[in-house]
Design a protein around this ligand. Sequence first.
Ligand code: HEM
Length: 416
Amino acid sequence: PSPSPAPSPYTLDPTGAGQHAANERLRAQGAVVPIVLPGEVAAVAVTRYEELKEFLAHPDVAKNARHFTALREGAVPEGWPLTTLATVESMTTADGDDHRRLRGLVTQVFTPRRIEGLRPRVEELTAELLDALGEAALGGETGGAGVVDLREHFALPLPMAVISELLGVDPDLQGRLHELSHAIVSTTTTPEHVLAVNHDMAGVLGTVVARRRAAPGDDLTSALLAAQAEDGDRLTDGELVGTLLLMVVAGHETTLNLITNAVRALCTDREQLALVRAGKADWGDVVEETLRYDSPVSFFPFRYPVRDLAVGDTVIPRGAPVLASYTSAGRDERAYGPDASRFDVTRRPAVRHLSFGHGPHYCLGAALARLEATTALAALFDRYPDLTLAVPDHELPRHPSFVGNSTETLPVRLHR
Ligand code: HEM
């Protein structure tokens, strides 16, 4: 294939508005499309399922930002909203041996047994939050009696509490960590704010490290500190803080969106909820279908071909920043048929969604995310079977981001 004639590149909307409609146009345009990011940075998005799957596992594709030509050449503005995710010193920006080393340190603590062992704790936290939800609704804090923001009071605190306990983050730091994480995945942040957020994030994570150094526990931070003490070459200080940053952000912003998006979809199409009630689908099916239909992670930054690389019928130039368009791939008609844009909990797709990624960087927290989301949804609709959206889905404010894919709030009524 020869380099394609460049159609005028699409500027990604930093507010995340109308993402599915924009994705449909991008997919029609091609499997690989040029786009423009905030700050006039040229990039490429892989929009279709097959090509994305191939690209994610391609051996000539790197994640370390040293391969990002425009960044290396100083053409990326300071305080660029995507800088943190693109350069955080951790497994998500590491390749080869570095990636194995950094991921290995975390997987040691994050074993399937340990995750499964968390089930009773996840159930307990869920039950506590559901009790508190009833009380918050009585207060009628959002738009009248009986209305409560399910995102703030349920979808957020569950994954935040779980990841915090795993990492050894004390409760008093969790609120601030969420605010900072949320800013990191937002794409409308001003340069000044980006710099302030990074500064504050380093400060809070520094506090976490100092506390666990003084009082180690059975948590990831303490385990990473112990690995460092044993052999200083295994983890630098920068990598320690970068790993914690990645784990905090990836460990809750995503599951937060998954739970939110599942509730939005089920309450918008109650027939789907009825199918679950009738036993035609289980909560695992709801979670997988939500991941496909409304992927919590939309455009994930970045991968860089280490040579000019043909993907589909397009050549992506070496060093170009490439976004994985997970939200788009989930609705690709080529993979999921003509009704790909329909939420259908009884769908048994021939191909598995890519919403946890694919290849060496496949989501490390997939089992935990599934445990949390299935537990949360089952318990929520068991306790509040008549739960409805207090505001129609299409009127809800969006999280201003093209990296995350969800709404900013989720006002619901718990009872009819
Ligand atoms: C990587 C999605 C929950 C930790 C990823 C990737 C995706 C993803 C798409 C690959 C990114 C890429 O390189 O293109 C999700 C979704 C979640 C979720 C949709 C919830 C619904 C979690 C949780 C944790 C976690 C709960 C932590 C406990 C990670 C880490 C990576 C990752 C550490 C980087 C892996 C690597 O680079 O080797 N996730 N994630 N994720 N996820 Fe998740």
